[in-house]
Write a protein that binds this ligand. Structure first.
Ligand code: GLN
Length: 191
């Protein structure tokens, strides 16, 4: 199994370390030539979604990655990575891959005071330490989107087919269970 990690900006190293600790091979996606057909899944890290979106266009990665996602390439987006996958926003005009049928409030927890950590339930995993850094949350999901975690009425993790999105940063903890959840999705897709 080989997982591509978008490595243009943001917290990609932490994802790579997480997969390494699970014995999974990763490839840094920095340019079009890195995005090869033998990838079994792709990760979009946290960071700044508008900057990543701009770089994806400049590097001509936006369309090929979007097409691969539409064809079913398993993907895991955290925070800005979730924003990259979302179809609609309450508070942003920037659209990226537009594959995940959710409405996102991009500056959901505020720009300044939006960073905190809390234990919450994640469906299929149990209680999980969720680290938020000026993160978004999801206000609405379409049919076919499973809600995996919520804080009050704010949706913070979802799955739609081969796509997994989290508003928080599992890569910034030493708890590998959300990454393992994604690896199970990749295994299922390979069958
Ligand atoms: N607010 C950021 C964005 O719009 C996401 C923050 C994060 O990834 N920690 O990209």
């Amino acid at each position: 199994m080989k997982i591509g990690v978008l490595a243009l900006q943001g917290a990609f190293i932490e994802h790579i370390r997480m997969f390494e600790s699970l014995g999974v091979q990763t490839v840094e996606i920095r340019k079009l030539a890195d995005f090869t057909e033998d990838l079994d899944g792709i990760v979009f890290p946290g960071g700044e979604s508008t900057v990543m979106g701009k770089l994806l266009h400049e590097l001509e990665l936006m369309e090929p990655v979007k097409q691969a996602l539409q064809k079913g390439l398993p993907a895991f987006g955290t925070c800005a990575g979730l924003i990259l996958m979302a179809k609609k926003f309450v508070d942003s005009k920037f659209l990226h891959f537009q594959v995940l049928d959710v409405v996102v409030r991009r500056h959901g927890f505020g720009r300044q005071l939006g960073s905190f950590s809390a234990e919450h339930e994640f469906v299929g995993i149990g209680t999980y330490p969720m680290v938020f850094i000026r993160g978004p949350y999801i206000t609405e999901v379409g049919q076919g989107v499973e809600v995996l975690a919520k804080i009050d009425d704010k949706i913070v993790a979802v799955r739609q087919g081969n796509l997994l999105g989290a508003a928080f940063h599992p890569e910034l903890t030493d708890d590998t269970r959300v990454h393992e959840y994604f690896l199970k999705m990749v295994e299922e897709a390979l069958r």
